[in-house]
Design a binder for this molecule. Structure first.
Ligand code: SF4
Length: 97
């Protein structure tokens, strides 16, 4: 339904028949880390995030995964596995029947 408080007229999954069902009944303003992000929009309470109602929570565990101005570095251990060794290992034991 459409928000009628912070971003009037904007479709929002948190707006229900009783109003905003997000915690504290409203979006929260963006935090310092959000500066420069394209998802910031101007709401009636100030700058808010168009992707998530509580920006501060997006930054508590590290970088915000929705942010457009910073890149999340994905460090995967799997890329270090030699594909040849991995396939030898996989075909090694299971074929003796
Ligand atoms: S997407 Fe993340 S960084 Fe961008 S405004 Fe929203 S919470 Fe802030």
């Amino acid at each position: 339904m459409q928000c009628q408080t912070v971003l009037p007229g904007i479709e929002c999954t948190f707006w229900g028949k009783q109003g905003c069902i997000f915690s504290e009944g409203s979006c929260q303003v963006v935090v310092e880390n959000c500066e420069g992000c394209d998802r910031i929009v101007e709401g009636t309470i100030g700058k808010v995030c168009s992707a998530y109602p509580a920006p501060v929570k997006k930054w508590t565990g590290g970088l915000c995964n929705f942010a457009t101005h910073v890149k999340v570095e994905i460090k995967s251990e799997e890329t270090k596995v030699n594909p040849l060794k991995a396939s030898k290992k996989a075909s090694g034991g299971g074929k003796k029947k």
